[in-house]
Write a protein that binds this ligand. Structure first.
Ligand code: FDP
Length: 342
């Protein structure tokens, strides 16, 4: 019988190797795993039970809240608050920090999550995901007023996502490589299926909502034309693939090689710096992609070096295979020089 390592076994083995480990990380991770199973069950039954459509509310981002979004948010808040290891948490769906009730024990960790990313895909049965970075507040002065500040790479101790796709997968890193686990529904466990994922250095796919090209800056337009040109490093045009669900697009590119782009655009004056949120979307994906050998930038800066100035800050996001993201950085640097010399 093949050796099957569950995610819990994997985490416990990791805990043994960390001197002075208290078990808090393991506890928090177990709550994430349980939440993932509960959300996955609801996602799999969507269409049969009353979880499709809108709640009628509008979230902090000004977006209409989907019922499944709200369900996933409630599950995560409920489970994580009871983990006994958090001093603060924040969700993409909530304007402010979510306090752990006084009646519950607290610990050293901070978690920020996006309960259901890609929610515009929910009602049409297309892949969606949950994203979570977490940080240890022990190593830092705990900025209770803004846990976003504590989710910079320097303190980020783990990041991962759950992809609700043709199967449910959990992919995460705690700083020693990226590992993927696939849910075996017959035993209700995530089993190690993709140990030590490495993103190909040279990609062959670009993922971007090309419909908005007319609103992009010059460097982003140049990047797109590079990826479509037969004179690029691949010596042929890249394939365009865009699901419109960050977790799914990211996951495909992580395994096959490629670049995901959500650039700044001038479509909506309220979101001139792009759509994706630094703390709950870009930071965790940047941490994962770097651990897998890739890169993530806003064009000029490494994503993990950007200091968040508020919880729901948005940034331009270019993330994926090293050579592809490096090319984007070169194009942005050349454009910055051109503007300076004008
Ligand atoms: P969604 O609005 O459906 O929740 O940040 C959220 C996100 O999806 C990402 O998952 C996805 O990559 C992006 O927005 C899609 O945005 P566009 O529809 O503007 O392409």
């Amino acid at each position: 019988m093949p050796q099957q390592v569950t995610v819990t076994e994997h985490i416990l083995l990791h805990q043994k190797m960390v001197p002075g480990a208290t078990g808090q990380f393991t506890r928090l991770f177990n709550e994430i795993v349980l939440s993932a199973k509960i959300i996955s069950r609801a996602v799999n039954k969507a269409g049969l039970v009353d979880v499709l459509g809108f709640t009628g509310d509008v979230n902090v981002q000004g977006e209409e809240v989907k019922k499944l979004d709200e369900y996933a948010n409630r599950i995560l808040i409920h489970r994580l608050a009871r983990s006994g290891v958090l001093c603060a948490m924040a969700s993409e769906e909530n304007a402010d920090i979510i306090e752990v009730p006084e009646s519950l024990p607290r610990g050293d960790y901070v978690i920020i999550f996006d309960p259901l990313d890609g929610s515009s895909n929910i009602d049409v049965n297309v892949n969606i995901g949950t994203i979570f970075p977490f940080s240890s507040a022990k190593a830092i002065r705990m900025p209770r007023s803004c846990p976003a500040m504590s989710c910079r790479r320097a303190e980020q101790v783990a990041a991962g996502y759950i992809l609700y796709g043709s199967s449910t997968m959990l992919v995460f890193t705690s700083g020693d490589g990226v590992h993927g686990f696939t849910m075996d529904p017959s035993v209700g466990e995530f089993i190690l299926s993709h140990p030590n994922i490495r993103i190909p250095e040279q990609g062959k796919i670009y993922s971007v909502n090309e419909g908005y090209e007319r609103y992009w800056d010059r460097a982003t337009k140049k990047a797109l034309s590079y990826f479509k040109s037969p004179k690029n490093a691949l010596r042929k045009p890249y394939s365009g693939r865009y699901i419109g669900s960050l977790v799914a697009d990211f996951h495909r590119n992580l395994l096959y090689g490629g670049i995901f782009m959500y650039p700044a655009d001038l479509r909506d004056p309220k979101k001139p710096t792009g759509k994706l949120r630094l703390t709950c979307e870009c930071n965790p994906m940047a941490y994962i992609v770097e651990q897998a050998g890739g890169m993530a930038t806003d064009g000029l800066n490494r994503i993990l070096d950007i200091e968040p100035d508020h919880l729901h800050q948005r940034v331009p996001f270019f993330c994926g295979s090293y050579n592809d993201v490096e090319k984007v950085r070169e194009l942005f640097a050349a454009e910055a020089r051109r503007k300076k010399n004008k």
